[in-house]
Write a protein that binds this ligand. Structure first.
Ligand SMILES: CC(C)(COP(=O)(O)OP(=O)(O)OC[C@H]1O[C@@H](n2cnc3c(N)ncnc32)[C@H](O)[C@@H]1OP(=O)(O)O)[C@@H](O)C(=O)NCCC(=O)NCCS
Length: 182
């Protein structure tokens, strides 16, 4: 899976499936959101072993290649007692490369990968304060379907999270638990 971003032409971005050799790089990118790579190593290993979709963004330039972002998808219960639903995971770009199109390439690649596996909806949960992530999701066709203090076991810093669902152009609007669409 290869997609190009609007990075300078001498830098090539590849979105590809993560492999066990990416464990340390994945933990390093995860740690850009807090903590150390060692703190993130167990979570990176769990994802490598269990996530049905796990993608990394690899940037190649004249000095070599490095992993600069990751995202994936898991099947996770959005609320207690509910059946698992497809949910995006992670979506992180190293700070120095943000706003270069890497996040959009990664999230689109996750959407494409999940669409190849299942027909049903793909969800994301985002902190209501995370304007960049919300704007990115909306730009790719995700729609807000609910808001609340906790989804998928995540209690949101600031108290409010947003549940979004990806809707393929032309597909019926997502509706969760008969609740109202926002
Ligand atoms: C959210 C995140 C993944 C976006 O990645 P990115 O590579 O910077 O995003 P892109 O450059 O692909 O931007 C795509 C679109 O997202 C929106 N966006 C991205 N950063 C934004 C910002 N700082 N402010 C407003 N909108 C932003 C814009 O709509 C942008 O499109 P545009 O550049 O054409 O206007 C990145 O900011 C990040 O890693 N944040 C920290 C971790 C995080 O919060 N992850 C999301 C968890 S749900």
């Amino acid at each position: 899976m290869v997609q190009m971003s609007p990075l300078p032409p001498e830098q090539a971005l590849q979105i590809r499936g993560a492999s066990p050799q990416d464990a340390a790089a994945l933990a390093t990118v995860m740690a850009t959101r807090g903590g150390t790579p060692s703190d993130s190593a167990p979570a990176a290993q769990r994802l490598l072993e269990h996530a049905p979709v796990l993608l990394v963004a690899e940037l190649t330039c004249s000095d070599g290649s490095r992993v600069v972002g990751w995202s994936g998808a898991t099947v996770t219960s959005l609320r207690p007692q509910e059946a698992g639903q497809w949910l995006t995971a992670g979506l992180t770009v190293v700070p120095e490369l943000r706003r270069s199109g890497v996040g959009r390439c990664l999230l689109q690649a996750v959407v494409d990968a999940v669409e190849k596996l299942v027909d049903g909806p793909l969800h994301s949960v985002v902190n209501a304060r995370n304007a960049p992530s919300l704007a990115l999701h909306r730009s790719l066709g995700f729609e807000v379907v609910d808001t609340g203090p906790c989804f998928a076991g995540i209690e949101f810093d600031g108290g409010a999270g947003v549940l979004l669902s990806y809707r393929r152009p032309g597909a019926p609007r997502p509706r969760l638990q008969g609740g109202p669409l926002l």
